[in-house]
Design a protein around this ligand. Structure first.
Ligand code: CP
Length: 314
């Protein structure tokens, strides 16, 4: 099915075949970015960021600019008419007449989904509360595919804040659809993956899940170690955050016990959970992961907009 005109609210909105189409195009764009430099000429990306962001917003902007399009929007809702009480529905009804594709980040779960119901232009969820972050998931899956050559038959450990971390919720849901992936969930007891999500994935996909509080005990069996930040902004009190914030710190010494070809991934930003001494280890791919985010977003927007991506021979 064509991706033209579709919304992306949840990574499972697209079939595995549709995801592969995005990754195939992203691979081509990585190999020959200049060839795609004008495919979105005349197109406009609207960015509605009601929450802070560095990578998501700027990589979307970079992606559209690198394809010859333009960008408008806000990165601080207090400078928009939202501060006067305008609803999401009214904001998007107007914005979709100014832009051809829209990316929205919002602290409330479900806000981009609501926006998509009022938008004539494709809406992309740039992260909604502790719920989902589908374009981070596309970035993560592309990174895994490029480094491992496959997305199936992998042992993936998620470490840190599995309760509030939307990147974890999105990625584990998406990976559950690939054959033979098993999951190791490493977190303090208070920050475990929500039971409803865990049980849903077990029942729907019959996935293999192990839960532990110890990174050291399991690091030797893992193919992908997905580290995450403790999500300070989602805690109800400072004391709990202070107690849990340094629950896991991956350093070079701990990596000695890991497989030689394990990947250390992180959606970024990091705080303390990966020491700087890991940055030089070839297994630490988190900066490359952030870079791949540009290409996967280029591919995504090109396909949602339905522009001609056949640049061979032009
Ligand atoms: N990974 C990610 O979403 O980063 P930002 O919050 O900087 O966009």
């Amino acid at each position: 099915m064509s991706l033209k005109g579709r919304h992306l609210i949840d990574p499972n909105d697209f079939t595995l075949e549709e995801l592969s189409r995005i990754f195939d195009l992203a691979d081509k764009m990585i190999d020959n970015r200049e060839a795609y430099g004008s495919i979105c000429k005349g197109k406009i990306l609207g960015t509605l960021f009601y929450e802070p962001s560095t990578r998501t917003r700027l990589s979307f902007e970079s992606a559209m600019l690198r394809m010859g399009g333009s960008v408008l929007g806000f990165s601080d809702a207090s400078t928009s008419s939202v501060s006067k009480g305008e609803s999401i529905a009214d904001t998007i009804r107007v914005l979709c007449t100014y832009a051809d594709v829209v990316v929205m980040r919002h602290p409330k779960e479900g806000a981009p989904k609501l926006a998509s119901e009022y938008s004539a232009a494709p809406v992309i969820n740039g992260g909604d509360g502790g719920h989902q972050h589908p374009t981070q998931t596309l970035t993560d899956l592309l990174t895994i595919r490029r480094y491992k050559g496959r997305i199936d038959q992998l042992t993936v450990a998620f470490c840190g804040d599995l309760k509030f971390g939307r990147t974890v919720h999105s990625l584990i849901s998406a990976l559950s659809r690939y054959q033979g992936c098993r999951f190791v969930l490493i977190s303090p007891n208070e920050l475990r993956l929500p039971e409803t999500l865990k049980n849903y994935l077990i029942e729907k996909y019959n996935i293999d899940v192990v839960e532990t509080e110890s990174l050291e005990k399991v690091i030797n069996e893992v193919d992908i170690l997905y580290m995450t930040r403790i999500q300070k902004e989602r805690f109800f009190n400072e004391a709990d955050y202070m107690r849990l914030k340094d629950s896991y710190i991956l350093n070079r010494s701990k990596l000695k016990h890991a497989k030689k070809d394990m990947l250390v991934m992180h959606p970024l930003p990091r705080v303390n959970e990966i020491s700087y001494d890991v940055d030089d280890d070839p297994r630490g791919v988190y900066f490359k992961q952030a870079e791949y985010g540009i290409y996967v977003r280029m591919a995504l927007m090109a396909l949602l907009l339905g522009v001609d991506v056949n640049v061979e021979g032009k």
